[in-house]
Write a protein of this length. Structure first.
Length: 348
């Protein structure tokens, strides 16, 4: 029936409770993003960590017949032990190589500036290259202080994400049920199905990216060793870590390797560039699609747009989480808007 006017002649339209519950939650989310934009992103990073912990914990629980939360704690303890051993045996060579990298990069920039020449396009590029470290001694001190402050904040955020990830991995259903209780009962079933699909998509994304990171890091290390590029170990680690950022990360990782190779010779720099190009094509066209094709298939255009958008809004943290956020956003838009609001049939 049509809404009837009250005694004052004013027609009041009552919003359905289902719509009101969604709008209230969206309002809370937007207010949180406005007041503390990093908080939801750190929480989302905790969800990713929880999924990453649940993957080996599920296998361990099936193998030894224990409860899932016990397996999660076992996985956490094992990771802590592995990290401690890796730090014990590898910290000295990695620190030595990282220091050597920091020393050689300014030399590489100077060598590049000299090779570009004194006229034409080369001179225009050379003028815009960063100056050597010796020319920026005062700026280096302030940069170091800013880096130390950022490292302190980053450690605090890391601890925050780790705690969230462990708690979610131990008892995910408790937190899921608590979140669903904020919605109208009529929305609970479709919301649960949507969140379950988001969980599967993120699981597929993590499997694909983790596999690709290990393979690309290994291939980079082997290739740089064969080419005779110095600091192959630390460059491979940088490549593997930045591989978590699709498309953009490998391009950033190639820069220091090419600069270091340029110190030796321009031909070596060309071979290094070709090496990264081949590895990037293998990762992008073979490795990742094999794992993510049926679980987290996000188009390259959507990924790049998401990286630009979240990077502009939230900085480095937004760039790091842009790909999984895009995967989740794709599921929510399809479930809630395309199928739920517009009533289109699910895609086959």
């Amino acid at each position: 029936t049509a809404p009837q006017p009250d005694r004052g002649g004013i027609v009041r339209v009552r919003m359905p409770q289902t719509t009101a519950s969604v709008l209230i939650l969206l309002g809370v989310l937007l207010a949180t993003l406005w007041l503390a934009p990093e908080a939801p992103l750190l929480g989302f990073a905790g969800v990713l960590l929880a999924i990453a912990l649940r993957l080996p914990a599920g296998w361990l629980a099936r193998q030894i017949g224990t409860r899932r939360w016990v397996a999660v704690l076992g996985v956490v303890g094992g990771l802590v032990a592995l990290i401690a051993l890796a730090v014990w045996f590898a910290i000295d060579p990695l620190v030595e190589q990282a220091n050597a990298l920091a020393d050689k990069l300014p030399q590489s920039l100077n060598a590049l500036r000299e090779r570009l020449g004194t006229g034409g396009v080369g001179a225009w590029i050379a003028e815009r290259l960063p100056a050597a470290a010796s020319d920026q001694a005062e700026g280096a001190m302030s940069t170091a202080a800013s880096a130390a402050f950022g490292l302190f904040n980053g450690l605090g955020d890391t601890v925050f994400v780790i705690l969230i990830g462990i708690y979610l991995a131990i008892a995910p259903r408790n937190y899921l049920n608590g979140a669903l209780s904020l919605l109208h009962p009529a929305l609970e079933r479709p919301a649960r199905q949507t969140l379950d699909e988001c969980w599967e998509v993120l699981r597929g994304f993590l499997i694909g990216q983790g596999f690709a990171m290990v393979v690309t890091g290994t291939l980079t290390w082997i290739g740089l060793l064969l080419l005779g590029v110095p600091l192959a170990g630390v460059l491979a680690v940088i490549t593997a870590v930045l591989g978590f950022i699709p498309y953009i990360g490998p391009l950033i990782a190639a820069v220091p390797a090419i600069l270091l190779a340029l110190v030796e010779s321009p031909s070596l720099a060309l071979w290094v560039a070709l090496l990264f190009l081949v590895i990037q094509n293998i990762e992008g066209n073979v490795l990742t699609p094999l794992v993510q094709q049926r679980t987290a298939d996000v188009s390259p255009v959507l990924l790049l747009l998401a990286q630009v958008l979240f990077g502009t809004l939230f900085g480095l943290l937004g760039v790091l989480l842009a790909a999984p956020l895009a995967a989740v956003g794709q599921v929510i838009v399809r479930r809630a808007y395309v199928e739920g609001w517009l009533g289109r049939a699910p895609a086959k």
